[in-house]
Design a binder for this molecule. Structure first.
Ligand SMILES: NC(=O)c1ccc[n+]([C@@H]2O[C@H](COP(=O)([O-])OP(=O)(O)OC[C@H]3O[C@@H](n4cnc5c(N)ncnc54)[C@H](O)[C@@H]3O)[C@@H](O)[C@H]2O)c1
Length: 264
């Protein structure tokens, strides 16, 4: 690895939801840049940890439920320091349906995992970061926090609220050397979504068509932006929302084709 790849040397990064598609890409990206990565998920991502260690990346896999303060404390307190927190854990709506047909518990559940989880995680690492006078928190939002999406309103509400959390924390902790940003991915090709496409229950072209680049993202393209924001030299970027959506949200006329699709 070249010197430029070691921007995160001696840093500890916690990645929530690390067992999934974007989380896994985050683990490789932060790890390859020198960070010791702590991989948290509802089921401990042991297999991923084995693959990372084989590449010389220092890591720890653990069970982590971001909605449970005791689970969070166990993970955070096992580390001497946490320099980087990536709040990536998330859930999709179990049912795509009109809002009035959704279970009343859906919205609170979406908020609990996406916003409550990110908030609890941040509260657990902020005292140590404040004491050391440095830290990076990156919250994974979504393009759906920027545009509406019918029949997935609860998800959209939760992802929009992440922006509020990011901005408030950025203001509160900026003078303690801590930056807080949102990265909002567009449609990203993760394993569960690839499977849905293969089954024919998800239409790749429908969402690729609207984007300027004519394709979905690879998870590594999201991870690179997170890594950039995590670097010590990114200290002047805070409270921002980085839309990494291939130009999806800017399209004011999705009905008009922009030309042939690109290769994924
Ligand atoms: N894939 C996309 O197209 C896309 C687009 C925009 C935003 N996102 C966001 O990116 C993030 C990662 O998504 P992904 O596509 O990799 O999904 P994914 O389902 O593959 O990964 C999410 C991970 O979060 C974990 N998780 C769920 N609840 C948790 C909890 N309470 N505590 C700890 N972990 C928990 C899951 O077990 C899973 O491994 C999510 O926040 C998602 O909303 C994804």
């Amino acid at each position: 690895m070249s010197a430029i790849d070691k921007e995160l040397d001696n840093m500890v990064a916690i990645i929530t939801g690390a067992g999934g598609g974007i989380g896994e890409a985050l683990a490789y990206e932060l790890g390859r840049c020198g960070a010791r990565v702590v991989l948290g998920d509802l089921t401990s991502p042991e297999e991923l940890a084995v693959k990372l260690r084989a590449l010389g990346i220092e890591c720890r896999a653990c069970v982590l439920d971001v909605t449970d303060a005791a689970s969070i404390a166990a993970v955070v307190e096992a580390e001497e320091r946490v320099d980087i927190l990536v709040n990536n854990a998330g859930i999709m709506q179990p049912k795509i349906a009109d809002h009035h047909e959704q279970d009343a518990s859906l919205l609170p559940r979406m908020l609990d995992v996406h916003v409550g989880g990110a908030s609890l995680m941040a509260s657990a690492v902020l005292p140590g970061m404040s004491q050391r006078g440095s830290g990076r928190i990156i919250n994974i939002g979504s393009v759906i926090g920027h545009v509406g999406l019918q029949r997935r309103t609860a998800y959209s509400v939760a992802k929009s609220a992440i922006g509020g959390l990011t901005r408030g924390l950025a203001l509160e902790y900026g003078r303690r050397g801590i930056t807080v940003n949102t990265v909002s991915p567009g449609y990203t090709l993760t394993e569960p979504l690839r499977r849905k496409m293969a089954e024919g229950t998800l239409d790749y072209a429908l969402f690729a068509e609207r984007s300027a680049v004519g394709r979905w993202a690879d998870p590594t393209e999201i991870a690179r932006v997170v890594r950039f924001l995590a670097e010590p030299s990114s200290g002047f970027i805070t409270g921002a929302d980085w839309l990494v959506d291939g130009g999806y949200a800017i399209n004011g006329n999705p009905g008009e084709s922009l030309g042939p699709l690109s290769k994924p």
